[in-house]
Ligand binder design. Structure first.
Ligand SMILES: C[S@@+](CC[C@H](N)C(=O)[O-])C[C@H]1O[C@@H](n2cnc3c(N)ncnc32)[C@H](O)[C@@H]1O
Length: 266
């Protein structure tokens, strides 16, 4: 489907003020945000600029949505007269977020279209996620800045995409006995979606439950677990058979396969 047929693009075209987005974002917005349309939600966008996206979101979500805009630019306050709530502040300040959520309470969706630096994106994600309701989303756009050298000084160890990969590790650390991290968000994030230029985190504390082993206690046929069985064509199988060895060479197989996998990590 052409982006021009999406609901968010139609709302964008109807906006009374200038707004600039990337064409692929509209399909992604439709996919991520459809369940919030015509609902009484609180939607927060960081980055107001010319105000066009505030009207786009009003058109898309409908009149029951509480639309909040955040920007460093004090002139953005002028959009309050259209029924938007406007907060002036720095998205990279923890103090700003503490005061913001004290006033606003928990929200449904946060969309970060602010300054797009690693620091701004990471502090915003870390401070907003605990204040998003179950069923809500944290969406960070223009994350391609994680790969741009000029002005963004990336790729770097501390890019937003590397932080998101850390969160992938973090949510897997819910699995029993795996390492946990400082500044962990694993008790909030149920799912992460990676798109080109956009990362979306689904918040649901209830679904972040402890993972427990479940057995249906039915009759077993005592099957053989083939996980560590050597392939008959493998050199290890031939050596094992030739010397009549008992070892399955699992660690050696792991090392050899890791070397073969190198090309998939280039
Ligand atoms: C890309 S524009 C937003 C565009 C708007 N969302 C739209 O779609 O039309 C980025 C905005 O983020 C604001 N901004 C930049 N750094 C910021 C920061 N640290 N905190 C809050 N806002 C910031 C800028 O003033 C600018 O208005």
């Amino acid at each position: 489907m052409s982006y021009k047929n999406t609901k968010t693009y139609k709302s964008f075209k109807k906006s009374k003020y200038s707004c600039i987005k990337w064409s692929n974002y509209f399909g992604i917005y439709d996919e991520l945000f459809k369940k919030y349309r015509n609902k009484k939600i609180t939607f927060v966008e960081i980055g107001i600029f010319s105000g066009g996206s505030l009207f786009m979101w009003r058109n898309y979500f409908g009149k029951d949505a509480r639309i909040i805009g955040i920007d460093l630019n004090p002139q953005s306050k002028k959009f309050e007269k259209y029924g938007f709530e406007i907060f002036i502040g720095d998205q990279s300040s923890s103090l700003f977020w503490r005061n913001f959520f004290k006033k606003v309470g928990k929200v449904d969706v946060v969309l970060d279209d602010g300054g797009h630096t690693n620091y701004q994106q990471i502090i915003t994600t870390n401070k907003c996620i605990p204040m998003i309701k179950d069923g809500g989303k944290m969406v960070v756009e223009d994350v391609h800045t994680s790969f741009i050298k000029y002005n963004w000084y990336n790729p770097s160890k501390y890019s937003f995409i590397n932080y998101s990969k850390k969160i992938v590790e973090d949510i897997n650390s819910r699995f029993p006995n795996l390492k946990t991290f400082n500044f962990s968000l694993r008790k909030f994030i149920y799912k992460i979606e990676f798109f080109e230029s956009i990362v979306s985190f689904d918040i649901n504390r209830k679904l972040c439950k402890k993972n427990i082993f479940v057995d249906n206690k039915k009759k077993t046929i005592n099957p053989v677990e083939y996980r560590n069985t050597l392939n008959k064509n493998s050199i290890f199988y031939k050596i094992k058979n030739f010397f009549k060895l008992r070892s399955n060479f699992t660690y050696l197989v792991f090392i050899v396969n890791a070397l073969k996998l190198k090309k998939y990590f280039k």
